[in-house]
Design a protein around this ligand. Sequence first.
Ligand SMILES: [Zn+2]
Ligand SMILES: [Zn+2]
Length: 442
Amino acid sequence: MYMQGVANRLGVVFFPAFDWAISPTHPERQERLLYTMDQLKEEGVFDIPGIEEYRPDEAGLEDVRRVHFSFPDTESHLTPSHLIAAGGAIKAAKLLREGDADKAFALVRPPGHHAMKAVHGGRGFCNVNIEAIMVEYLREHYGVGRVAIVDTDCHHGDGTQDVYWHDPETLYISLHQDGRTLFPGSGFSSELGGPKALGKTINIPLPPRTSDEGFLHAVDEVVLPILEDFRPEIVINSAGQDNHFSDPLTDMNFSAQGYAALNQRLNPDIAVLEGGYSIHGALPYVNTGIILAMAGLDYAYVREPDFDPESLRQDKRTREYIHQICSQARQSYFHPPDSGISRNMEDGYFVRSKEIFYDTDFITERQREHLLDCDHCSGLLLMESSSSRLKNCLGIEIPRGACQRCQSAGQMYFDKAQQNESLRNMQLIDRPGGAVRRFRRE
Ligand SMILES: [Zn+2]
Ligand SMILES: [Zn+2]
C-alpha cells in the first residue's frame, strides 16, 4: 500500500504489559494496546520500509533514583512493568542518539505523567514518570541540555510539571481539559514554573468540547512560537490520546485526523504514549495516525468508523475563549509576570508548601520545599515530606550544573540529617557526582 519511502526512519517501541493492570476492570488495562497492534498489523504499517518495531529495554533502579525521591524506597513503588515502560521510553531515546532511527514512538504502558518529584504511591494510574526518566537518562548518558516536553494528554501532567518546576533547561507545555472540570484539577494559566525557571512551565487549559480546530490553534499560536524561541535540542510529545471524542473519562472533541495533524506540526523527535481509554474507538486510529505522521507519510485515510466532523464542530463562544487562553499563554512565556516570589523567602531560600493527593493509592502528602537562591546555579533543593503512610521524609537534590557551594551544602545537609532522630527516610540526588545516597532509620 505504501510504495513511497518514509521521510523519517521511525522506531516504534511496543510494550503492552499484558500481565499488569491496577485491577481487571480498571480503564488503564492491558487491552489498551491490543487493538492498536491489530490495527497496525492490518494496515501493514510494519511492512513499510523505514518503520521498525523494537522491544523495550528495562530501566534500572538508578534511572528512577536520579529523578524521584521515593519513600520509603524505589523498589516498593515498582512492578517489572513500570521498569519496562520507562525502559521503553529510554529505548526510544537510544534509537535516536545511536542513529538507528530519526524519530521514535514509545507505545508503552503503564503511563507516567502524574508521578511527581516525590513518590509515596500511585497517582492517576502513574507510579514513576517515564518521560522524566528518559530525559534524565539522555542528559546523564548523552550530555543533552535543553529539552522541551509538550504534553497533549487530556489531563494536566501535574507530575511532569512538578519534576521540572525549578529547571530552566526543561520547557514543559501542557494542553489539557480545564482543571475545573477534570482530574487532577490543576494546570491553570498562572502556573508558570519556580522562581529560577519562570515561564518555562506553560499551561493551556482548554474548555470541554474543544475540537481539532482549537487544538491546532493552540499549537500554531502558542506551542510553535515558544519552541522556536526556546530552541530545545530534543522535543518530546507526551502523547495522551484521551482528548478523543470517544474517550469515556473526558469531554473533548479531538479526532485521529486532529492528533495526526498536531503531530505533523509539532514535529517531535520522540513521542511517548500517556493516557487514552477508548480502547476500540480511538487508540487504534490515533496511534496509526501518529505513526504515519511521524514517518512523514500520508495519513488522510485514517478515520474512526463513527467520525462525524459536523457534530464535533466548536461553537463561536468556545473558539473565542480558546483564542483568549492562547494569547494569555503566549504572553506568559515571552513576558512572564513578576510572581511576587520575594514574599516567600526565608534565610536566602525560596519556600513553597504543597498538599498532594494520590487518588490511586488514597494517600495524602504534605510537602515543604526550600530552594536555595543561588546566583551561580539553579539552586540546591530540600524537600521535607510527610504522607498519611510515612512521616518525616527528606529529599535533597544537588541539580545538574550545581556550583561548588550548593554541592557542599547538599552533602552537608544529608550528613547532618542522619543525626536528626526524627527523620525516618532520606534520599540525596547528587547529579554532578552522578550518585544517589539513601538513609533509612529502622
Ligand atoms: Zn490522561
Ligand atoms: Zn549554587
